[in-house]
Ligand binder design. Structure first.
Ligand SMILES: Nc1nc2c(c(=O)[nH]1)N[C@H]1C(S)=C(S)[C@@H](COP(=O)(O)OP(=O)(O)OC[C@H]3O[C@@H](n4cnc5c(=O)[nH]c(N)nc54)[C@H](O)[C@@H]3O)O[C@H]1N2
Ligand SMILES: Nc1nc2c(c(=O)[nH]1)N[C@H]1C(S)=C(S)[C@@H](COP(=O)(O)OP(=O)(O)OC[C@H]3O[C@@H](n4cnc5c(=O)[nH]c(N)nc54)[C@H](O)[C@@H]3O)O[C@H]1N2
Ligand SMILES: [Mo]
Length: 753
């Protein structure tokens, strides 16, 4: 019957976020459903975020959702940890066990003994916050990331120096995008340690940069690798990994000494220019060239192009955070766009606030107090690990400090930790020094892991595993900058539940006085500032804040739209962008930017460099994988079946290594296997490899070959910056490379498909 067939088919309009593509993005999509099953997902051409485009991971979503290995029932461990022996249990049973065990921990050791660990910015963190606060623990964090070295150094540095977060303006604040009359095309974009061909990071769709370049924006690329975008750039600055701070100070030196800065903006809206001018004299181009290996002439040329282009912007990536003293490097880069007058102007660095101030989850101490203030008493909040050591953690952040959590698990200081909830974080793959995490987490009495597949972390550590849902199985909202979107549920996969349902159910059990009686009530409450409820938003799909709204661009500092007191200026103590940071001064830190060498380098540890002569940068993203995800999706894996090491032929020849040979890559911290891949676009003194490798095709009992392929074993932990933000040495360590006698047994063979 044609009608019946039609009734069983539908097209659901939603956006992507989290499991499936895995990413931070918010691409508009149509999900085609037949008989309750997803048939395909395609880009929505009207959605202003992606305008119809999708990445290979989004296009492979059907293989992900209906993967035969997907978890479809809660599991209780019955063997020893790591033995991979499980019993299927019902959701009610799982909730009861969790409630009982976590209540025991709370009574015996205090709620703070339980830590709540998320991975990167998926649609998980906010729900974890709800759960941890309802249970009574302030120890919510992104696990394994030494120095919180992703996004948060940039986020916190921007809040401290300029009072707000900024992003390159690529017309993303308007439905009409590039055609909007107020938008101005950037003349130049400095693409700093970001690879737009592979990654969309932090609520920003990287192809927007390419859109602008196609329309005439010139690019300056700061990258040790000759990437696709470097090949299209006006200038490519091939720096030594980890020397970003020196390069930023060198560029500032040229711009200031040649008088190329925006004098009017600097005079009116910045604080401490004279002190900055004095500081950058320590970084003349010839000295910066020695540090960074970038020719002096190129530094000068880039500084001139950036400063004389109006408007101009900076699209930066995670290597900046991961430099030694990452937060300080962030400050130096912020000063580049500040002194050239590019803040809050069309085509420059647009101030990005959550659309309508609707948070995906509260992202400041004030917002947390507003939403959860009556959930957790202040004396409990003060137990958050890190607040008494790092003023930036106390005043400008809301999570526990990751390195101190690791230490606490191992030493019991400042107090013992006894349990962990891990959601959306394959820690044994993604953490720095994972063997230490393995030892530390194994000491905990009770661990719940919420994930979609078995992986090294679930097998090695979980006592209870809960099967999570993909983006297609979830309803909710998303406002990571703009627009404000409704997410709609298209399908259900029996046995799986979304993080929000799991966390809400347990939050209710741990705190019967929770002010929201249902998830819908909570979402409607979060949506309040927009004047819409969920049903109304769903009807519209997405909405932009209107012109003149404090969360819409431009020139808000001049109009008094940024500060709570309504005065013109930026949301900082001086009301200006602080080139000389009054907060840093108050905390006893250097208020001006400076350069610090990587933890290990040919210059900071010359003795070590004799044995480990190569510089290793890890974790350049592949468009096919999201961190440790997607190695089990055949259509993606067959395009990149093996973990490779990008290495210059001049480096391999003396070592007797040929293209395609298996090699060991080793640092003082550990070693892993890689397949050598000749690459001429890299300095012969540098090698690079992807992180995130584990081998789903291998035995779970062997943790899926984890200790053979995980490059994070080479990376030291506790290299955090002085202020606690930045310094994870993922992008610049020392290593040596030598032939491996054997490859990896049982590794995926493209030919055997
Ligand atoms: N497909 C995909 N997308 C992702 C992710 C993923 O795993 N897969 N991960 C997401 C997450 S959490 C993040 S943080 C972002 C990260 O994405 P990005 O911020 O783009 O960071 P990376 O891909 O690590 O590195 C970007 C570029 O920096 C270069 N680089 C390496 N070392 C250095 C250095 O020391 N200095 C400089 N200036 N450049 C360097 C690399 O060669 C690379 O081309 O991507 C997000 N998006
Ligand atoms: N060597 C090296 N290591 C790095 C980096 C690097 O550049 N180099 N980058 C670091 C950075 S920037 C980051 S942000 C971290 C990221 O590290 P993580 O965020 O820990 O990333 P994954 O290791 O992929 O773990 C994600 C897990 O979450 C599950 N998952 C996905 N979506 C959902 C969901 O919606 N709900 C739940 N419950 N689970 C979900 C996936 O199946 C997967 O097992 O890695 C860091 N590690
Ligand atoms: Mo990240």
């Amino acid at each position: 019957m044609p009608n019946e067939a039609k009734d069983s088919e539908k097209i659901v309009k939603t956006i992507t976020w989290s499991a499936g593509p895995g990413c931070h993005g918010g691409c508009g999509v149509f999900i085609h459903v037949k008989d309750g099953k997803l048939q395909k997902m395609e880009g929505n051409p009207d959605h202003p975020y992606n305008n119809g485009r999708l990445c290979p991971r989004a296009l492979a979503i059907k293989d992900y959702i209906y993967h035969p290995d997907r978890l479809r029932s809660p599991l209780k461990r019955v063997g020893k940890r790591g033995e991979n022996k499980w019993e299927k249990i019902s959701w009610d049973e799982a909730y009861d066990i969790i409630e009982k065990r976590m209540n025991e921990l709370r009574e015996k050791y205090g709620a703070e003994s339980m830590i709540f660990i998320q991975g990167t910015g998926r649609n998980v963190g906010g729900w974890l916050l709800l759960l941890s606060y309802s249970y009574g623990s302030p120890n919510w964090l992104q696990g394994g990331l030494t120095g919180n070295s992703c996004f948060h150094p940039r986020l916190v540095s921007m809040r401290i120096t300029q009072g707000d977060y900024t992003v390159p303006d690529c017309s993303q604040f308007f439905q009409e995008r590039y055609d909007h009359p107020e938008f101005v095309l950037p003349q130049c974009t400095l693409i700093w340690g970001q690879n737009p061909a592979a990654t969309c990071n932090d609520g920003f769709m990287a192809p927007w940069i390419i859109d602008c370049m196609k329309r005439g924006t010139k690019a300056i690329v700061v990258d040790p690798i000759y990437t696709w975008v470097a090949s299209k750039a006006a200038i490519w600055l091939q720096l030594r990994p980890g020397t970003d701070g020196a390069l930023a100070l060198g560029l500032l030196n040229v711009i200031i000494n040649e008088g190329l800065y925006d004098k009017e903006f600097v005079n009116k809206w910045t604080h401490g220019f004279d002190q900055l001018k004095e500081r950058v004299q320590e970084y003349p181009p010839h000295k910066v060239s020695q540090i960074t290996w970038v020719p002096k002439e190129k530094i000068i040329e880039a500084a001139r192009l950036f400063a004389t282009s109006h408007p101009a912007s900076v699209q930066w990536g995670v290597p900046v955070d991961m430099a030694a003293e990452g937060a300080i490097v962030c400050n130096a880069v912020i000063h580049l766009w500040t002194i050239t007058g590019n803040i809050d102007v069309p085509g420059g660095m647009a101030i990005a606030r959550m659309a309508y101030d609707v948070p995906p989850y509260p992202m400041s101490q004030e917002a947390i107090a507003e939403y959860y203030g009556d959930v957790m008493p202040p004396e409990q909040m003060r137990k958050r690990i890190g607040v008494d050591v790092y003023p930036m953690v106390k005043e400008f952040h809301w999570r526990a400090q990751a390195d101190m959590i690791l230490k606490a698990m191992l030493t019991g200081e400042p107090y013992p930790l006894k349990g962990a909830w891990i959601a959306g974080n394959n820690m044994l793959v993604s953490a720095a020094n994972p063997r230490k995490y393995y030892e530390a987490l194994n000491r905990l009495e009770f661990i719940v892991v919420v994930d979609l597949f078995m992986n090294p972390t679930t097998v090695a550590l979980a006592d209870i595993v809960l099967p999570a849902a993909t983006m297609a199985e979830r309803a909710g909202i998303r406002a990571w900058w703009t627009p404000l979107n409704a997410m709609q549920k298209a399908i259900e996969v029996p046995g799986c539940k979304p993080d929000e349902e799991i966390c809400f159910e347990l939050a209710r059990r741990f705190n019967p006085n929770l002010k929201w009686k249902s998830l819908r009530q909570l979402i409607d409450d979060f949506l309040r500032p927009s004047g819409l409820n969920y049903d109304q938003l769903k009807e519209k799909g997405w909405v932009f804040p209107p012109k003149g709204h404090p969360t819409a661009p431009y020139h808000r500092h001049a109009k008094g739209l940024l500060r709570k007191d309504g005065k013109p200026g930026f949301n900082t103590p001086t009301g200006k962008v602080e080139l000389y940071s009054t907060h840093f001064e108050r905390w006893g830190y250097d208020p001006l930017p400076y350069y610090a060498e990587p933890h290990w380098s040919p210059y900071s540890t010359p003795e070590l460099a004799k044995e480990y002569p190569l510089i290793l940068s890890t974790g350049r993203r592949s468009v096919l994988f999201f961190h440790a995800e997607h190695r089990n999706i055949k259509s993606l894996r067959e395009l990149e079946p093996h973990p490779v090491l990008e290495i210059h032929p001049d480096t391999t020849h003396p070592l007797g290594i040929q293209d395609g040979d298996w090699v060991w890559v080793e640092s003082p911290n550990g070693r892993c296997k890689r397949k050598a891949k000749y690459f001429h676009g890299i300095d012969p003194r540098v090698v690079q490899t992807l992180h995130g490798w584990w081998l789903p095709e291998k035995r779970a009992e062997d943790l899926f070959g984890l200790w053979e392929v995980n490059v994070n074993q080479l990376i030291p932990d506790e290299t955090q910056a002085k202020c606690g933000f930045g310094g994870g040495q993922y992008k610049s360590i020392l290593c040596k490379v030598y032939r491996a006698e054997e490859g990896i047994e049982g590794i995926y063979q493209k030919e055997s498909l």
